[in-house]
Design a protein. Structure first.
Lengths: 375, 82
């Protein structure tokens, strides 16, 4: 496919890898965080770590929409779904996220009307087709997805739909990055910036990372060469002692983002004072709620949401994985009690989760490397 | 992007690797796409238009790196210091 295949050439990948290796200072270790789960997926799927010198460690960040949803919010959504005449709708990767009483799939098996949709517009259609039901859309995702929810609410308002609402769990990426920068357990050298989030918010919101924290940021595309080129650009900055924000993914990301999308978010949503993130705890101004003008579409006002706080299962170390403190395979239950089929933690649920990506692709390489080093 | 619907300006038909679907292009209303444009689609919405010039310049950079690497390999192969 155009704009895809050209960015997957293994010869060019080797050339970039050689350039990157040439920029490593002897004896120095580099930790680069890829913020976005889509990048984590590409890194494992294409075995990019094998191309990099051992001095560079890629640390997986919190940018997986499903992974950061705390168990309490899943339980709240379940309570909502169990209300009379409700049809709960949700994206596919939300369906397997475990709450304290199972996942959406488990609830569906018990008879709750929960339906998987591709787009919030599908939920809107379900609402039109079922005027005697109350259709709720479980909205999750970063700024990439929030505009779609916003546009859907605007559409619902224009049509005067009365049986459609949003259970809003949209989160914003910058406060999470800041929380990681301020966390004492992790020292990072630079950031592979999120690609799709940046199509909406642009590159400016990351400038504080370069200016105040002195860490370079390169907004990156999702093909293997995009990521390697971004690492090369980060290493160029580090070797020159510079820290600025660069945009490797300029074919898709405009420097100023998508103004129409930001306007749609601003029209329909506002920042919450704080929101709980799985593993990262409560972060100020890190999530969006439906604003007062669109209160008629706010499921949190229309229904009794218990607002429970549920601690993660003791065995689960998603928090450490999301902060990049632990590698997926260092978690006690990785690949044994916790697998993509029966996930305990969210990182094993979504294909963007570091644990699922590593389970599906990386562990094979790792096993091979370990075996090879034994012989 | 394949076709647009004059009565529904927010919608367009697209071809994604052979699958034809109607998507919402309302988020690109500042600079509406035209047939033949490539767009990034997320949950049924076009989020961004793909800039062909920027893609070409990224590829040119990668070609450059590849060439430099090949030149170096050739030079290395030709070098005999012993």
């Amino acid at each position: 496919m155009r704009f895809v295949d050209e960015f997957r050439d293994s010869e060019k990948a080797r050339a970039l890898a050689a350039k990157i290796a040439g920029l490593c200072e002897p004896g120095r270790q580099y930790k680069l965080m890829e913020v976005c789960g889509g990048h984590t997926h590409t890194i494992y799927k294409h075995g990019l770590e094998d191309y990099l010198p051992e001095q560079i460690t890629l640390v997986h960040g919190p940018g997986c929409p499903v992974c950061v949803i705390p168990m309490g919010r899943v339980d709240d959504a379940m309570a909502l779904a169990a209300e009379p005449d409700v049809i709960m709708t949700s994206f596919g990767d939300m369906m397997r996220v475990p709450g304290s009483n199972g996942s959406f799939f488990d609830a569906k098996a018990r008879g709750t009307d929960i339906r998987m949709v591709y787009s919030p517009l599908d939920s809107l259609k379900i609402a039109r087709q079922n005027p005697d039901k109350r259709v709720v859309f479980m909205a999750i995702g970063f700024e990439t997805t929030a505009p779609s929810t916003a546009m859907t609410m605007l559409r619902a308002a224009a049509e005067g739909l009365k049986n459609f609402s949003i259970f809003c769990n949209h989160v914003t990426i910058v406060p999470a990055i800041k929380a990681i920068l301020d966390s004492p357990d992790l020292r990072l050298d630079g950031f592979i910036g999120p690609g799709h989030v940046s199509t909406v918010i642009g590159c400016r919101p990351y400038e504080f990372i370069a200016a105040d924290y002195g860490k370079p940021v390169v907004v990156a595309g999702f093909e293997p060469l995009d990521i390697l080129q971004s690492i090369y650009l980060l290493m160029l900055q580090l070797s020159a002692g510079r820290s600025v924000v660069e945009n490797q993914y300029s074919r898709v990301v405009p420097w100023d983002g998508n103004v129409v999308a930001l306007r749609a978010i601003g029209q329909t949503m506002e920042l919450r004072p704080y929101f709980e993130w799985r593993g990262l705890g409560f972060i100020s101004h890190s999530a969006l709620k439906v604003n007062a003008d669109f209160a008629a579409f706010d499921a949190e006002l229309l229904f009794d949401v218990p607002g429970v706080r549920v601690a993660d299962p003791k065995a689960c170390q998603c928090g450490e994985v999301l902060k990049g403190v632990l590698k997926p395979w260092e978690c006690k239950v990785f690949g044994t009690a916790c697998t993509p089929e029966t996930p305990i933690g969210t990182c094993m649920v979504s294909p963007e989760g570091a644990c699922a990506a590593y389970y599906n692709y990386g562990r094979l390489t790792r096993t091979r490397v370990t075996e090879a080093s034994r012989t | 992007m394949i076709e647009f619907f004059p009565d529904q300006p927010d919608l367009a038909r697209v071809d994604v690797s052979g699958v034809r679907r109607v998507i919402n292009v309302g988020l690109l209303s500042d600079e509406p796409p035209v047939p033949g444009d490539w767009v990034l689609i997320h949950v049924g919405f076009a989020l961004s238009k793909i800039d062909e010039e920027e893609a070409a310049s990224a590829l040119a950079f990668l070609e450059g790196i590849g060439q430099a690497y090949e030149d170096e390999l050739t030079a290395l192969a030709e070098s005999r210091i012993e």
